[in-house]
Design a protein around this ligand. Sequence first.
Ligand SMILES: NC(=O)C1=CN([C@@H]2O[C@H](COP(=O)(O)OP(=O)(O)OC[C@H]3O[C@@H](n4cnc5c(N)ncnc54)[C@H](OP(=O)(O)O)[C@@H]3O)[C@@H](O)[C@H]2O)C=CC1
Ligand SMILES: Nc1nc(=O)c2c([nH]1)NC[C@@H]1CN(c3ccc(C(=O)N[C@@H](CCC(=O)O)C(=O)O)cc3)C=[N+]21
Length: 297
Amino acid sequence: MSAALIDGKAFAAGLRDRVGTLAARFEAQVGRKAGLAVVLVGEDPASQVYVRSKGKQTVEAGMASFEYKLPADTSEADLLARVEALNADPVIDGILVQLPLPDHIDEQKVIATIAPDKDVDGFHVVNAGRLAVGQPGFVPCTPLGCLMLLKDRLGTLAGREAVVIGRSNIVGKPMAQLLLAESCTVTVAHSRTADLPAVVRRADIVVAAVGRPEMVKADWLKPGATVIDVGINRVAAAEPGKTRLVGDVDFTGASTVAGAITPVPGGVGPMTIAVLLRNTLVAAWRNAGQPLAPDAI
Ligand SMILES: NC(=O)C1=CN([C@@H]2O[C@H](COP(=O)(O)OP(=O)(O)OC[C@H]3O[C@@H](n4cnc5c(N)ncnc54)[C@H](OP(=O)(O)O)[C@@H]3O)[C@@H](O)[C@H]2O)C=CC1
Ligand SMILES: Nc1nc(=O)c2c([nH]1)NC[C@@H]1CN(c3ccc(C(=O)N[C@@H](CCC(=O)O)C(=O)O)cc3)C=[N+]21
């Protein structure tokens, strides 16, 4: 059997188009563009690539991108002051502080300083709480993107067995909350899980968010399972000196057992940025006093 490919890249392009239509309407009605501020501290090359790509896609969707590149030795106090200035700026609808931050800066403190209604990453404890109790708020982009792909593929998720591997605050935990809200039976596995292959074998839906290259093997999967691979791992390529990206799932093997699977690259990654634009647009309409209907986009 050969799994269907879940084309996150194509789905993300469609989502960006829908965002673009509503962003144009926002500008026409409100008289300014929806605005996203991205703050990058330091020169991590991978972070620089993501930030550039976010800025480009923000502009392509008809929104305004404000980029703040701060030196690696920026003090925590200066970063907090920058975030507070963005909180107070009426042309900024969404704020993203690229993670990870340098070691001398407390990430939790920075996240706690972002105004919850501009927290388009959904990392603030207020938004995590809203998600946990089922109130409207911002949901982290990566898990929301995974959920969109799953619903597009499977329709209703109610009653399905879902296993999320990973329990980080930015992917695993919010992913589990979203699947629970869709009435899946959810298991969250992590590094202390006993017999992970046996746990994964129960799953109709597997979301792997671990950060270990090709860890999930074909014989861990229930035949026909839907597999969402969040992992972004850079490994050595066959050609000396070159690298390539692989996920947390052994894609080639898993494709012979799964019903459907996301590739890396071209799966969850592009969805993350498209959902960021979506969340920014939702923030903009709300900040302008005309909130969109919950299922508008
Ligand atoms: N596509 C995208 O847009 C994004 C991709 N990512 C990628 O997703 C992956 C996960 O990211 P993130 O959640 O931030 O990572 P974290 O490192 O914060 O969390 C990893 C999780 O995996 C668990 N884990 C580690 N080793 C094992 C193991 N051997 N067996 C089972 N579980 C294990 C950890 O368990 P424990 O809690 O017990 O330590 C932890 O809960 C990374 O590859 C990252 O690059 C992340 C964000 C966005
Ligand atoms: N505040 C904050 N919010 C984030 O959402 C955030 C962050 N910090 N720090 C880093 C992680 C990682 N992340 C990705 C975004 C896009 C791709 C992506 O587009 N990946 C492409 C490949 C890109 C490439 O070739 O390198 C793909 O999978 O097809 C991947 C990973 C967002 N993150």
